[in-house]
Design a protein around this ligand. Structure first.
Ligand SMILES: Nc1ncnc2c1ncn2[C@@H]1O[C@H](COP(=O)(O)OP(=O)(O)OP(=O)(O)O)[C@@H](O)[C@H]1O
Length: 614
């Protein structure tokens, strides 16, 4: 499995430097954090007051018997109860607020980063990995950075208060109570970690079982045809057995943990009672004080348990923290150089004329990451307004060339010049806003067809949108739909056919009127008649604009000014359609092969152009 997908939840050493960075998310809500600290202080003081007053009542009764006036104590308890209610309300609302803000901020930063990162980043991280970072990891970190931090503040305040009060009252009894705390902490961390791990294993087994249900329901026909029912059941049994094992382990651990904590708490209370009782008998210590210490002993356990639980979670979430920070702090590989940034800041432009005419590749070499060399010493010169077509065997490097041209990747050696200037010396924004791209698998966003076309120019009028659609050959099918331009395309345009999606994406590119148009297999799912319409429309709109077309359907590029046959990252042939056919080389073979494969198409191509293939 890919190392990035692996959801490694094994506990790692807590890296404080990393958490300090993440803590900035909480600290940026200074006002809520300060309010929270005051609320936590009030809560801790109130918690602390209960044993104190209880101790006082008992001591008072011990001293004055039935003459004691209990009314002030009743009022004090009533006041404390109200304060505790208010503090808990404040506690929960502050922590909830901070959790929501922190979760939003981490997600926003991660999302913003995702928009900036280069394609190479996405090559190494699958979508599933990124989705998990944006959802479960962010959620988990937000919980720690809000509830964990809040519980920590409250716990520290309360434990410090109890320790001070106990030491001031009776240091020997205090030590008897406190002696058990480290043991409790260690036991808690030990069990919490194992319980957390076991419950995650249960969750993970559960999701695999759900996926298995899903797969067997979706693939029921295939399973039947291949008579796989028995094997499927065996696979399912294995998963179910695994889940059962983890669930039982989880239940056993929880069953051991709670009684153990309660026993430790009882030991601590018993110690204070025994030692306190001894002091009452020998040194005449007030019974109220012993009661107070027993109460304190009990009170001490809640924050210790909470803090040990968060500590265990902190260890388990170390991997999440690393993954999220690696995303938030990732530096885009392709970005404006400091020099370009300085020029942009000083003058608002990268300092060159807003023109995109002549393009040349000079000795360009390229490889994806540490992969094999895809291009080496690649040279090409494209004149203004030329249509360059790239054809050739699959995996030859056509899309790579176009990716380099669009600066989605940068050459690993050599240069790409636009009007004589290395494009790395120009701003990314300038280049990418000059581009129009139509892909074989175009992406449409949820919304209407009109919205999707307008994505190319947000302030375009309805008329402009329709004109663009007409030129792209999309108007006809759009107006045939019941809601026309207001038709909802669904998620990723899945309410439309692939051909219709390509037409909408064409219209979007046409509306933008780009200086450089790039089409990657863009007309593969469009019928020949529509394709001809598009060709005519584009010829009008893009006359004088440079374009690069990758096509497997060679009919798309017959009119290209320059056809390059690419193989293993090299140009093996170049020329116009006629020249290449006459040469009877690789292009001629490809063309003939394609014509043979599709007789109807061949008819159309020969008829359309009045030329013979053979
Ligand atoms: N993102 C990537 N990471 C690593 N290698 C890649 C990546 N994209 C392409 N390649 C490799 O680069 C080589 C050229 O691929 P490219 O997509 O440029 O070829 P192509 O000519 O466009 O192919 P096709 O006609 O099938 O689309 C192939 O060997 C491919 O495996």
């Amino acid at each position: 499995m890919n190392e990035w997908i692996d959801d490694d939840d094994n506990e790692a050493k807590v890296d404080l430097r990393l958490w300090r960075k993440l803590l900035q998310y909480t600290l940026s809500y200074r006002r809520t954090a300060v309010t929270f600290t005051l609320v936590a202080l009030a809560l801790a003081m109130t918690d602390l007051s209960f044993p104190l007053i209880t101790g006082m009542v008992v001591a008072d009764i011990e001293q004055h018997g039935t003459d004691v006036n209990l009314v002030p104590y009743a009022w004090a308890f009533a006041g404390l109860s109200v304060t505790i209610c208010a503090s808990i309300w404040g506690f929960i609302s502050c922590a909830g607020k901070i959790r929501t803000h922190v979760s939003h901020d981490i997600r926003r930063d991660a999302f913003q980063q995702l928009q900036q990162l280069s394609f190479s980043f996405y090559d190494r991280r699958p979508v599933g990995w990124l989705m998990a970072r944006l959802t479960s990891d962010c959620q988990r970190l937000a919980n720690i950075l809000a509830w964990g931090v809040m519980d920590f503040i409250w716990g520290v305040l309360l434990m410090t208060g109890i320790t001070i009060v106990m030491l001031v009252y009776n240091w020997q009894l205090a030590l008897a109570v406190l002696g058990i705390v480290p043991v409790l902490f260690l036991v808690s961390v030990y069990f919490r970690k194992r319980i957390l791990r076991a419950s995650r294993l249960v969750r993970s087994a559960n999701s695999r079982i759900t996926a298995s249900y899903n797969e067997s329901i979706a693939g029921v026909r295939t399973s039947k045809v291949f008579v796989r029912e028995k094997e499927n059941l065996q696979d399912f049994d294995r998963l179910a057995e695994e889940m059962q094992r983890h669930s039982i382990r989880n239940a056993v651990l929880s069953a051991v943990y709670l009684p153990l904590v309660l026993t430790l708490a009882s030991v601590s209370i018993a110690l204070s009672l025994a030692w306190g009782g001894y002091q009452v008998q020998i040194y005449g210590l007030a019974v109220g004080e012993v009661v107070m210490f027993m109460y304190f002993a009990q009170l001490f356990f809640q924050p210790v348990q909470d803090m040990s639980a968060w500590f265990a979670e902190l260890q388990m979430a170390q991997a999440s923290a690393e993954r999220v920070l690696s995303l938030v702090e990732a530096v885009p590989e392709i970005r404006d150089t400091p020099d370009v940034l300085r020029r942009l800041e000083e003058t608002g432009s990268d300092g060159y004329p807003d023109r995109l005419e002549h393009i040349s590749f000079e000795d360009v070499g390229f490889r994806y990451g540490s992969g094999p060399q895809i291009l080496e010493g690649f040279n090409l010169s494209v004149e203004p307004g030329q249509t360059v077509a790239l054809v050739g065997a699959t995996g030859g490097g056509k899309s790579t060339l176009v990716n380099l041209l669009c600066r989605f990747y940068e050459p690993t050696s050599g240069r790409i010049l636009i009007d004589g200037i290395d494009y790395r010396d120009r701003s990314l924004r300038w280049l990418q806003s000059s581009l129009g791209i139509v892909l074989q698998q175009p992406h449409l966003f949820s919304g209407t067809i009109g919205d999707n076309i307008r994505y190319g120019k947000l302030d375009a009028s309805q008329e402009e949108v329709e004109d663009a659609a007409r030129l792209a050959g999309a108007h006809e099918f759009i107006t045939d739909l019941d809601d026309g331009y207001d038709t909802e395309v669904g998620e990723d345009g899945n309410q439309l056919s692939l051909g219709q999606k390509q037409l909408v994406s064409f219209a979007r590119a046409v509306l933008k009127r780009p200086r450089l148009l790039v089409m990657d297999e863009a007309t593969s799912s469009i019928d020949t008649e529509t394709e001809r319409q598009i060709q005519q429309g584009l010829a009008r709109v893009l006359s004088g604009r440079t374009s690069f077309v990758i096509a497997h359907r060679l009919s798309t590029i017959r009119a290209a000014d320059l056809i390059l046959v690419i193989d293993h990252g090299r140009i093996v042939e170049q020329g116009t359609h006629q020249e290449l056919l006459a040469r009877r080389g690789r292009y001629h073979d490809l063309y003939t092969e394609q014509s043979m494969r599709d007789v109807v198409r061949t008819d159309d191509l020969i008829g359309g152009n009045g030329e013979s293939v053979a």
